[in-house]
Design a protein around this ligand. Structure first.
Ligand code: SF4
Length: 291
């Protein structure tokens, strides 16, 4: 079975660069699911500090970018820079404000392109038009939090959007010529192998260029942490996760590149499972990625 690596996907988008690395940025946006715009309390698994290394930074955007570039290029000077608007919801602001934030980063001479992390309900047509305009200057990748295709689960984890919303957002980005990446979670409470396959089918059918697959992991300071400590959440074993991930990869391949298959939480914030951060261990149990 042919699978596509994220490296291959980046080579297609940035043919002039042998290697491209992300530099994470916090542009100071909020999230509509935290600030009351669409919901309050946030997603039940979310502690933004756990998946964005820059979530708590006080530095300006350009300072963050310069520091990130310096770090990435310590060993290889020629690496292309993909500026990654990672923290919170990076399209949750008026279009004029978004333009002011994105433009200096896109114009930076060391930046090869940008990736913008957001929710499917935060991509109205004016925002997609702006991203499409920037995409003419440098490649723009839109990273969309899909999580699952199951609307009941989306409700239970307090996402405050539906799978239909994901379909519409993906279509409008694709129609505008933008590359899209899906973030999905395997092992959400109440889900089984059929749900994982349905989520993979959604990713494939929407034409996502790449996917980040995360095992459900419990992070301190979240609603899920409280539930887990009360014994109300059962996590997948490493073997169960790898079996499910293999099926997801089989469904989305070869068109969708696999960007990530492990969790992103720092060890001091992770409650469980410990294996979820061990990328090499997970890869060793996913022979499908070696074929
Ligand atoms: S996971 Fe994303 S959408 Fe959900 S509360 Fe956190 S920042 Fe907001």
């Amino acid at each position: 079975m042919n699978t596509k690596s994220y490296k291959d996907f980046l080579k297609e988008i940035f043919p002039q660069h042998k290697q491209v690395r992300k530099v994470s940025l916090n542009a100071g946006f909020s999230c509509p699911n935290l600030d009351g715009t669409t919901g309050a309390g946030g997603c039940t698994y979310c502690n933004n500090n756990s998946f964005s290394s820059v979530a708590a930074t006080q530095s300006s955007l350009l300072e963050q970018l310069e520091t990130g570039i310096k770090n990435v290029r310590k060993k290889k000077k020629e690496i292309g820079i993909l500026a990654y608007f990672q923290s919170y919801t990076n399209t949750h602001a008026p279009v004029q404000k978004l333009r002011e934030v994105y433009t200096p980063v896109v114009s930076h001479s060391d930046v090869a392109g940008i990736a913008v992390g957001t929710r499917p309900d935060c991509l109205p047509s004016q925002v997609v038009e702006l991203l499409a305009e920037l995409n003419k200057a440098k490649p723009v990748i839109v990273e969309i939090g899909v999580q699952t295709a199951n609307n009941e689960t989306l409700k239970n984890i307090n996402r405050n959007h539906t799978a239909e919303c994901t379909r519409n957002a993906a279509k409008s980005c694709k129609d505008a010529g933008l590359a899209i990446t899906a973030h999905i979670i395997i092992g959400l409470p109440g889900e089984n192998t059929n749900d994982f396959a349905n989520t993979a089918n959604l990713v494939r059918d929407c034409g996502f260029s790449s996917v980040k697959i995360h095992p459900l992991h419990i992070v301190k300071g979240t609603h899920f942490a409280e539930e887990y400590q009360k014994g109300k959440i059962k996590l997948l074993s490493l073997e169960e996760y790898c079996k499910a991930a293999t099926e997801v990869i089989r469904i989305v391949s070869p068109d969708t590149a696999i960007e990530r298959i492990s969790g992103e939480s720092p060890s001091d914030m992770l409650l469980a499972p410990a294996w979820s951060r061990d990328r090499n261990l997970i890869i060793s149990k996913l022979p499908i990625l070696c074929n």
